[in-house]
Ligand binder design. Structure first.
Ligand SMILES: [Zn+2]
Ligand SMILES: [Zn+2]
Length: 326
């Protein structure tokens, strides 16, 4: 069974993300490290770091990834943007190490008209510079597959493979597979044959051993549209079958898989999407799984469900042992 979780808000403090994850019985966590719209946010206070580390210890078995700031573009042709990106990414690497976050997920960026191969070369060079600048070397950088919107690089597995090959970062690198992005980029997941073909191609071009993390998002936009619009699980153009195949794939049985689906004011949507995914786990060959619309999950606030403890966020969804994510 994969580790199903979600990207969580850090409103009110980074450490609050863990309690939000607990509220949806998540088993893998993704966060932003800080305000996404500032190049130079104030550094994390010692107090904020300590609060996060305490929660990190309480949730020691939960794999945690940070997602890099959307401002960062390591492929940027503009030298000013590239410099700022290198500095910002280096400081995110150090923040992850300080907080005990093992993965930093990186969008490869945009070539802005310079062309894919120039963009990839710039990306690899700037990634290496950021890694050299960072004091910490414990954090694994995961390059995310993209939809290929605009001048975005990294929508083809070959492009990701090229980035991995060109980088001499001297630190562990891997890949984060986003289902919505891959689908929009032309990698089908909708039925068994296309699903197998997609992961065969991943294996042949990148290697499945480098696939360390998943973003589970259905797609509002059509197959091959190169448009990045996330949709609730089962309500988009991928549909339930693709997610059923993925969450039951033995090759990914202990992988973290986090939602980046639309959220409302509370965590209701995350609960529903996770319930949908869990129902698929229970029913490998059952095409009548519950759709997103049906909310059969009891409301934990009203005592409808056993409240999981911090050390057992999965509650009744017990697994044999924590997976070995380091
Ligand atoms: Zn994503
Ligand atoms: Zn996206």
């Amino acid at each position: 069974m994969p580790l199903l979780g979600a990207h969580m808000s850090i409103a009110g403090g980074l450490h609050n993300a863990f309690q939000r994850l607990l509220q949806v019985r998540g088993e893998a966590l993704q966060v932003f490290l800080k305000n996404q719209r500032q190049w130079h946010p104030p550094p994390l206070s010692a107090h904020a770091v300590r609060l996060f580390q305490e929660e990190r210890d309480n949730f020691a078995h939960v794999p945690v990834a940070a997602h890099d700031s959307y401002l960062i573009n390591l492929a940027a042709p503009d030298p000013d943007i590239a410099e700022k990106s290198v500095g910002a990414f280096a400081s995110e690497l150090d923040a992850c190490a300080q907080l005990g976050i093992e993965f930093l997920i990186l969008h490869p960026g945009f070539h802005r008209g310079a062309g894919i191969s120039t963009g990839i070369a710039r990306f690899a060079k700037n990634l290496d510079r950021a890694c050299a600048l960072a004091k910490a070397h414990s954090v694994t950088v995961l390059i995310e597959t993209t939809a290929g919107q605009g001048s975005g690089i990294g929508s083809k597995f070959e492009e990701i493979a090229d980035m991995l090959m060109k980088s001499k970062a001297g630190r562990p690198l891997g890949v984060c597979f986003d289902t919505c992005h891959a689908f929009a980029a032309g990698y089908d997941l909708r039925d068994e044959r296309s699903y197998e073909r997609t992961f065969d191609r991943f294996e042949k071009t990148i290697g499945l051993r480098l696939l360390r993390w998943f973003h589970l998002n259905d797609s509002k936009a059509g197959f091959g549209s190169r448009v990045d619009r996330h949709e609730h699980i089962g309500r988009g153009r991928i549909g339930l079958q693709g997610f059923r195949l993925l969450v039951n794939d033995p090759r990914f049985e202990s992988h973290p898989m986090v939602l980046e689906t639309p959220k409302g004011k509370d965590l209701r949507n995350d609960r529903k999407n996770l319930a949908t995914l869990r129902s698929l786990l229970r029913s490998v060959d059952d095409s009548e799984s519950e759709p997103f619309e049906e909310d059969r999950e009891a409301d934990p606030e009203n005592g409808g469900e056993r409240r999981p403890t911090p050390r057992d966020p999965a509650g009744s969804l017990k697994r044999g042992k924590p997976s070995g994510h380091t």
